[in-house]
Design a protein around this ligand. Structure first.
Ligand SMILES: C[S@@+](CC[C@H](N)C(=O)[O-])C[C@H]1O[C@@H](n2cnc3c(N)ncnc32)[C@H](O)[C@@H]1O
Length: 246
C-alpha cells in the first residue's frame, strides 16, 4: 500500500469515528427526552419533555399504534431544534399513523394547525393523549381523525379545501400490507409546496426498497442518520410540477 492509499484509509476511518460520535451524541440527546414517572398512579404513562413542557403519553400494548416508537422522538427532536428552518407556527400539518400522538402534540405545541390521523382502533387513545397534552397549551386545537391509507383519501381531504404545508410521519414503513397505499397517500397529500418530514426505522430489506421507490416520486434529503437507532430522518418534496387542484 502506498502512502497516498494509507492516508486515504486513515482519513476514512477518522470520518467514520466522527460520524459515530455525532450519532451517539444525537441519539443520547433524543432518548434523554423521555422519563419514567417516579410514582406510578392508577393509570400508567410515559413522560417526555419537549418545548420545555412535560408530555404524558398513555400507551397500551395490544396494538402497534398504542406504543410510542423511537422514530417519533427523533422527529419531535428535529422539529423542536430546527424551528428556524421549519417553523411550525400557523402551518397546516397532517400526521400519518400518529399512534400515541407525540409528534402531533409537539407540532401543536410549536404552533401548528394539526390534523392527527390513524386507524379507527387507535383513535380513542390518540384523542385522549392529544387532548390531555394540548388543552389550554396550544394556539390551535388539533383535530384527530381517521385515515386508512389509500381509502377515501380524496373524499376526506379534498385538495380544494385541504392544503398541507407539512406531512409528518414516524415509523410508518414496516412489514405491513399497505405500503403501496401509503405511497399513494403521500403522493395525493403532497402538493407543490408541501414538505414531508419522515422518520424511518430500518428493519428489513423491504423497507430499503420502499425508500428507493419513494425516491422515484419525491426529492429526498437525509436530515439525520442514526445507525445506533437504525433510524433516518428524511425531508421530501414533489419531483414533478403536477397541478395542485383536482
Ligand atoms: C409503528 S407505529 C408508529 C406510531 C407512531 N407514529 C410512533 O412513531 O410512535 C405505525 C402506525 O401506523 C398506523 N397504521 C398502520 N397501518 C395503517 C394503515 N393502513 N392506515 C393508517 N394507519 C396505519 C398504526 O396504527 C400505527 O399507529
Amino acid at each position: 500500500m502506498d502512502t497516498q492509499q494509507s492516508n486515504a484509509r486513515k482519513e476514512d476511518s477518522k470520518t467514520k469515528e466522527e460520524d459515530a460520535a455525532v450519532d451517539a451524541e444525537l441519539a443520547k440527546a433524543i432518548m434523554s427526552r423521555s422519563f419514567h414517572p417516579s410514582i406510578l398512579g392508577p393509570e400508567p404513562w410515559e413522560g417526555y419533555i419537549f418545548s420545555d413542557l412535560e408530555i404524558r403519553i398513555k400507551e397500551s400494548t395490544d396494538l402497534y399504534g398504542a406504543v410510542l416508537w423511537p422514530s417519533a422522538m427523533v422527529l419531535c427532536h428535529f422539529l423542536e431544534t430546527n424551528h428556524d428552518e421549519h417553523n411550525m407556527m400557523d402551518k397546516n400539518v397532517i400526521e400519518l399513523g400518529a399512534g400515541t400522538g407525540l409528534v402531533s402534540i409537539v407540532s401543536s405545541l410549536l404552533g401548528a394547525k394539526v390534523t392527527s390521523t390513524d386507524l379507527p382502533d387507535v383513535l380513542g387513545n390518540l384523542q385522549y393523549n392529544v387532548m390531555r397534552n394540548t388543552k389550554g397549551r396550544c394556539k390551535y386545537i388539533p383535530l384527530v381523525t381517521e385515515l386508512f391509507w389509500g381509502q377515501e383519501v380524496e373524499q376526506r381531504f379534498p385538495r380544494a379545501t385541504h392544503c398541507f404545508d407539512y406531512i409528518l410521519a414516524a415509523d410508518v414503513v414496516y412489514s405491513h400490507p399497505y405500503l403501496e397505499e401509503l405511497m399513494d397517500t403521500f403522493d395525493y397529500l403532497c402538493q407543490e409546496n408541501t414538505q414531508i418530514l419522515w422518520a424511518m426505522r430500518f428493519r428489513l430489506d423491504k423497507e430499503n426498497r420502499f425508500v428507493d421507490r419513494f425516491r422515484q416520486r419525491f426529492n429526498l434529503e437525509e436530515l439525520y442518520n442514526l445507525p445506533s437507532l437504525s433510524i433516518k430522518l428524511y425531508r421530501a418534496w414533489r419531483r414533478d410540477e403536477r397541478a395542485t387542484t383536482s
